[in-house]
Design a protein around this ligand. Structure first.
Ligand code: UDP
Length: 494
């Protein structure tokens, strides 16, 4: 952005993202933008568990903060666990309510907070009760959020919870089309809904959390900031305008943040909970354009031994070079050491054309010209990063919003090809060959390059996402407390 928006005083914004990698990373990106371009004071809240992980992964001063940008930490209510591994997300969702008193104490100790930005229901509600302006920053796509917003309707229609476990197994989810959701394509099926709905338990705690959190985001925040861009999800965003507070699409954030000049103090503020292996970029340097398959299942998804072995042989038999992120806790939640599960013949047979590591600087990897395709679990950040880099995807959704993301990537944006959840090595091999060498792969590459262009335009100074960011600052975050709340219809044209 060429000119920072004029402000007479510097607002103090408190960020408290849901404490998982895929939420913390875009939240820090948004915080950096508000600080760098608008001079906002920022307090960024981690859980103590994540604070330990971050400090372990980076320098001891990685969370010391810089002038006007501080970090704080609160307990998450869970017992201590392995500092190198992702926590149990369901347990975390259930325990976060216990962070509220710590959040209240923190706010009381800080300089006056102008606005709280969070995606945690309890934090938004507490902030509002304390008389603070609060804004939801939703870090997954608008499409999955819209699907989640329909869950109350699914309950009211008697669809949710499912009557029999059979319905979750025998293709019922695949066959059942949900063609009545405003702003969503008519071909969306129950299978494409976030996986939280896959329950037969009327008391399922995840469904209860989902329903109450969706209600909270309709009524509590003054606005919802989405990590997406208008062109990508225009119809969904337009349909949501009628049921939600004002919506602002401000992504893809990595493209906006990349415009902050390097070498400044903000560079020292890290959000990766695991230590990145930068040597993989050296390995990529020697590779031809579009010649390497990048494989990563994000920070939470886990595989069983058989799945890992099938992916390994699929990669080996495809004869392509590949860079594979295998987290220490990837196989059975860390119960199995990946090195002990991968067959020695696979390791020997692919050693000249593979690079396997625990964690990489994914943005830089995807932006590397050597990457030809991304075999992904369809986490929202990964998908936006892949689109932003013009890399076609092989989609293997694992859970949560990833089913919705995969459906959109394959059937709407046409930048991905789905692999079955129980895919064996032959399917993996042929999907990799198709995306790297086949006609469908070429078509996906052409389409994703068009999306890359649209994402780039959205993130350019003066582009829709910059404009939306300025609007939410002006119309919501900087609006004086007690001033008139912005009206949804004022923003429907965004
Ligand atoms: N990521 C990374 N290095 C890796 C793997 C993942 O930096 O080796 C980042 C990735 O760039 C993305 C985030 O971790 O920003 C994962 O978020 P996503 O929404 O894709 O998936 P989740 O981990 O939430 O399932």
């Amino acid at each position: 952005m060429a000119t920072p928006a004029p402000h007479t005083e510097k607002p103090h914004v408190l960020f408290f993202p849901f404490p998982a990698q895929g939420h913390v990373k875009p939240a820090l990106q948004l915080a950096k933008l508000l600080h760098h371009y608008h001079g906002f004071q920022v307090t960024f809240v981690h859980t103590e568990h994540n604070r330990r992980r971050l400090l372990r992964a980076h320098r001891p001063d990685a969370l010391s903060g810089i002038p006007g940008f501080c970090f704080a930490a609160v307990p998450d209510g869970l017992p201590p666990s392995d500092v190198n591994a992702s926590q149990d997300m369901a347990a975390l969702l259930l325990s976060l309510e216990t962070s509220v008193p710590h959040f209240r104490n923190l706010v009381a100790d800080l300089p006056p907070v102008s606005c709280v930005i969070s995606d945690i229901e309890h934090i938004l509600i507490a902030a509002k009760e304390m008389g603070l302006r609060c804004v939801t920053f939703w870090t997954t796509g608008a499409c999955a959020f819209m699907a989640c917003q329909q869950c109350q309707q699914l309950v009211d229609m008697g669809i949710l919870p499912f009557k029999e476990a059979e319905q979750l197994r025998n293709g019922y989810l695949d066959r059942t089309v949900v063609d009545w959701v405003p702003g969503m394509p008519k071909h969306i099926r129950l299978r494409d809904f976030p996986s939280f709905i896959r329950t037969t338990d009327p008391e399922d705690p995840m469904i209860k959390i989902l329903l109450s959190s969706m209600a909270c985001h309709r009524t509590t925040p003054s606005a919802i900031i989405f990590h997406t861009f208008d062109e990508l999800e225009r119809e969904t965003i337009a349909a949501m305008a009628g049921i939600l507070p004002p919506i602002y699409a401000v992504g893809p954030l990595p493209l906006l943040v990349s415009q902050i000049p390097v070498g400044g103090a903000l560079d020292t503020l890290e959000s990766n909970l695991s230590k990145e292996n930068h040597a993989c970029l050296e390995w990529l340097k020697g590779k031809g354009p579009n010649s390497v398959v990048y494989v990563s299942f994000g920070s939470i998804a886990t595989l069983n031994k058989e799945q890992l072995v099938e992916f390994a042989w699929g990669l080996a038999n495809s004869k392509q070079e590949f860079l594979w992120v295998i987290r220490d806790d990837l196989v059975n939640n860390g119960a199995d050491e990946p090195a002990n599960v991968l067959p020695p013949e696979f390791l020997e047979g692919t050693k000249a054309r593979n690079y396997m590591t625990n964690w990489v600087p994914q943005d830089a990897v995807l932006q590397h010209e050597a990457i030809g395709a991304f075999l992904t679990h369809c986490g929202w950040n990964s998908m936006l990063e892949s689109i932003s880099a013009g890399v076609p995807m092989l989609c293997w959704p694992f859970g949560a919003d990833q089913y919705t993301n995969s459906r959109y990537a394959c059937s709407e944006w046409r930048v991905g090809m789905e692999i079955s959840s129980d895919a064996k090595r032959d399917e993996v091999e042929s999907a990799i060959r198709e995306v790297m060498e086949g006609e469908r792969g070429k078509e996906m590459k052409r389409t994703v390059m068009e999306w890359k262009e649209k994402a780039t335009v959205a993130a350019m100074p003066g582009g829709p996402s910059w404009v939306n960011l300025e609007k939410v600052i002006r119309e919501v975050i900087c609006l004086a407390q007690g001033a008139e709340e912005p009206l949804a219809e004022k923003h429907s044209e965004t």
